[in-house]
Write a protein that binds this ligand. Structure first.
Ligand SMILES: C[S@@+](CC[C@H](N)C(=O)[O-])C[C@H]1O[C@@H](n2cnc3c(N)ncnc32)[C@H](O)[C@@H]1O
Length: 362
């Protein structure tokens, strides 16, 4: 089998992905006579041989699907020997390094081979990946995996400390990728590895201090277009919002024609109350979401409960607001209900910063 191609039927010794759910997958090797334990009970691997990839397989207490592996599924299921790059960052790296079939890429360190598999898939069959790793066992395991996954013709794994000894490559690479604790120690050698026509370089670092030091050296060495990016998945929650219609003052025809001073005072109070109710509703929904995903912070819970009690006389019925879909798009006298996407104030998921730059021909 090969990660580079696709085939229809499962064969002995294939690497396959068992899909029990989007958050429950396993990478396995289909070995005759072996059994794999899943949450749905034991799966005899011999039973898979000859079945088409994508088949639904019945287990004692449920069913699963057997999928053909690709770099994205491998990234989600590979055995971790190090921290790895995930598909969000990998997609940005592929795009920004301008990788395509035929590209020659230099990478260090190989780590668990997560990024390597994606690079190989992109540059094959004419291109090549030169990947360097100073941990001997990791380099050896990566080599074996590339053979097992049928992509060894497109990659050369070298066991080497690139910070101390350099890459030892001259003018062959279209792109260089560095995932090292001290990338600045490898940049001079990375520059030598790039083609005379120039190329792109990317350095991945978790800390901003590493980014600053890397950028300074890149600039000194004549790299241009230096840009650091962070790629985060942004989840939006769908909420019903009641937005007060802006009071544009006495000349606002909606108000000035119809309202007396007393009316205006009443309107303002009503708008304030509705704004409060929206705030409570949003906070309660936040709390409920938080409660589902993580243990409750008791202080926060108490704070919100008492806040809700305080406001309960003023607030519009919370349940009515949340369940009454008739309100959507409804314009009330001083407010408007609508559905919108609300993004979280704090964005979890930091892995690292990606610094990209170009070396132009001198
Ligand atoms: C975070 S891991 C790389 C993970 C990889 N990008 C992936 O997606 O699986 C960093 C690797 O760099 C290797 N490394 C660190 N310093 C190195 C050096 N000077 N030369 C070569 N490899 C090095 C480490 O052994 C480690 O395996």
């Amino acid at each position: 089998m090969s990660f580079k191609e696709y085939k229809t039927n499962i064969e002995e010794n294939d690497t396959a992905i068992l899909y029990l759910g989007f958050d429950n997958m396993h990478a396995i090797k289909v070995v005759k006579g072996q059994t794999f334990q899943t949450k749905f009970g034991a799966l005899r691997l011999s039973n898979l041989i000859g079945k088409p990839y994508g088949s639904r397989i019945q287990c004692p207490k449920g069913y699963l699907y057997v999928l053909y592996p690709n770099p994205e599924l491998w990234t989600q299921n590979l055995p971790h020997r190090t921290q790895i790059l995930y598909s969000t960052d990998i997609s940005l790296v592929t795009l920004q390094l301008d990788l395509k079939p035929g590209s020659v890429v230099v990478e260090s360190g190989t780590g668990s081979g997560s990024l390597s598999h994606a690079i190989i898939r992109t540059v094959a069959p004419e291109g090549h990946l030169y990947t360097f790793e100073f941990h001997e066992q990791r380099a050896q395991i990566a080599k074996e995996e590339f053979v097992e996954h049928g992509v060894s013709d497109f990659v050369t794994v070298t066991h080497k400390d690139v910070c101390q000894d350099g890459f030892g490559l001259n003018g062959i690479a279209d792109a260089v990728f560095l995932d090292l604790p001290r990338p600045w120690d490898a940049i001079t050698s990375a520059k030598q590895a790039l083609k005379k026509e120039g190329g792109r370089l990317c350095s991945f670092s978790p800390c901003i201090e590493q980014v600053q030091k890397t950028c300074e050296l890149l600039q000194q060495l004549g790299f241009e277009d230096i840009t650091s990016m962070e790629c985060l998945v942004k989840n939006y929650d769908v909420r019903t919002i009641n937005l007060p219609i802006a009071d544009l003052g006495k000349n606002n025809s909606a108000l000035s024609n119809t309202c007396t001073a007393l009316d205006e005072k009443k309107a303002c109070k009503e708008i304030e109350e509705k704004a409060d109710s929206v705030k409570i509703q949003t906070e309660t929904e936040d709390l409920e979401t938080k409660e589902k995903s993580e243990p409750m912070d008791t202080d926060l819970k108490e704070k919100l409960t008492s806040k809700e009690k305080d406001k309960s006389n003023k607030a519009v019925d919370k349940n009515k607001l949340r369940t009454d879909f008739d309100l959507i798009g409804k314009k009330e006298e001083y407010s408007f209900f609508f559905k919108t996407g609300v993004f979280p104030q704090n964005m979890p998921g930091h892995t690292g910063y990606l610094t990209f730059c170009t070396l132009y021909p001198s």
